[in-house]
Design a protein around this ligand. Structure first.
Ligand code: ASP
Ligand code: MG
Length: 452
């Protein structure tokens, strides 16, 4: 059984939801994970913020507007068979109205946020039933428990899924919500924004599926940011590590945590476009295909912290002490560069910046630079093949580079640049380095596809 996840844009309208139903028809047996319809989670989040900040009338009005939108979608989707779904939409929006008034209760907020996925899965289930396709709708709050550290409990997920499969032995289509889960206190919770991809990967790993398909509105991973650079092209194959790097760097493809469960279980992830199902998309597996630079992505909002200390010279234990400060404030470090008397560290979570900086001052002089962008270039960039660094530096000839990291893996160069230079950087990489490499890669990809 394959796991197919459809994102918010794929379930963005009645017409698109029908398209998914066609895809499901040809892929059975299948486990379907859905996001909320595009924009819904954003609107629910705004409503919650309005209610918490005392703008209850605005919050209730937004809920009313959103309900109208759903009423219309239900009619477009189900026509004369819309009654059950209409009733469900009523129940959900009544509940939203009640829960908005219970805010700022965290429990009420999380329930409200889960309604986007509850709605999309319910409507989709109704559509399949209308077309005579038997399908079971499962409630993700019973399938995906988290532990006290907010981490998914894999063996529980596995157990719960098998209970359901055994309960419906004749069934070929299972549907559930992405993003939604249950926390250690038994409450409805979520995996964070964009978390439906992660849900799909967790479910896929739990049932040891043959393939996890993530359906979006682009033809797979692009080699550069299509919002900034023209003529981007899809990358046909990525290794798990390359995809994880790109996802972290902000390529709008996948929730960054998605790769890990699939990688651990050795399950290929296929990224596809709902509007062009015939397009090959991008396949992410454990094997390496193609050489050289494959893709680039950039992440804004990065903070660079430099600690200068002569005490670092020939000392041991210095790094541990520095890193411990970040651990104390639960702030992940992204990139590190060192010299004998200084260390530079980047973070993207500045919530505890003040405390971190004052704690670091005990070790030496601390400088902070904000408004930086981390640019990740991925591909198979072998240290024993000369020339990659030269190509990169040539391409970025006139762009100031604040930090650079290479050699941690064979798969990426990371560069820190000023955010004001981001567009220039991405364009320069595309035209001066990337374009030629891509043609080579594509040939490789073609050969590899034949070899598959
Ligand atoms: N609906 C959630 C969001 O918009 C989860 C997802 O789409 O992956 O963040
Ligand atoms: Mg998404």
């Amino acid at each position: 059984m394959k796991v197919l996840k459809f994102g918010g844009t794929s379930v963005g309208s009645a017409e698109k939801i029908k398209k998914i139903a066609e895809i499901i028809h040809s892929e059975q047996p299948v486990f379907v994970v859905l996001s909320a319809m595009g924009g819904t989670t954003d609107r629910l989040t705004e409503m919650v913020a309005d209610a918490v900040e005392g703008r209850m009338t605005t919050a209730l009005k937004s809920a009313g507007d959103l309900k109208k939108h759903y009423d219309l979608t239900v009619l477009q989707l189900l026509g004369k068979d819309a009654a059950v779904a209409m009733f469900y939409v009523d129940i959900i929006f009544n509940s939203i109205n009640v829960k908005l008034k219970q805010l700022p209760l965290a429990k009420a907020e999380k329930e409200i946020l889960s309604y986007g996925e509850k709605l999309s899965t319910f409507l989709f289930h109704q559509l399949l039933l209308k077309h005579g396709l038997h399908a079971v709708l499962l409630d993700a709050t019973t399938l995906l428990p988290l532990d006290g550290d907010h981490e998914p409990v894999m063996n529980e997920i596995e157990k719960k899924l098998w209970i359901e499969f055994n309960r419906y032995p004749e069934m070929h289509v299972f549907i559930t919500q992405g993003f939604v889960c249950r926390n250690v206190w038994g409450e409805t919770d979520n995996l964070g924004r964009g978390g439906s991809d992660y849900s799909a990967s967790l479910f896929g790993a739990a049932i040891n599926t043959e393939e996890i398909q993530i359906w979006t509105d682009i033809d797979g991973v692009q080699n550069n940011d299509p919002r900034i650079v023209e003529n981007t092209r899809p990358v046909r194959h990525l290794r798990f590590d390359e995809a994880a790097e790109l996802a972290y760097f902000g390529a709008k493809i996948l929730h960054p945590l998605t790769i890990l469960p699939a990688q651990k279980a050795g399950i290929p992830v296929l990224l596809k476009n709902t509007m062009h199902p015939e397009d090959a998309g991008t396949r992410i597996t454990a094997s390496q295909k193609g050489r050289g630079f494959k893709a680039v992505a950039a992440r804004d909002g990065i903070i660079a912290i430099r600690i200068k200390s002569s005490r670092m010279l020939l000392a041991y234990g210095f790094m541990r002490k520095v890193f411990e400060v970040f651990e104390t404030y639960k702030t992940p470090i992204d990139m590190v560069t060192t010299s004998e008397i200084a260390v530079s560290i980047t973070i993207d979570d500045g919530r505890h910046l003040k405390e971190i900086v004052s704690a670091l001052r005990q070790f030496g002089k601390v400088e902070v630079e904000e408004k930086k962008t981390l640019v990740g270039v991925v591909g198979l960039i072998h240290a024993d093949e000369p020339g990659y660094a030269r190509q990169l530096f040539n391409a970025l000839d006139d762009i100031p580079i604040r930090m650079i990291s290479y050699g941690a893996s064979r798969y990426n160069f990371s560069l820190l640049v000023n955010t004001e230079d981001k567009v220039r950087t991405l364009k320069a990489l595309n035209s001066r380095l990337f374009h030629n490499e891509l043609i080579e890669n594509e040939e490789d990809n073609v050969m590899n596809m034949v070899a598959d």
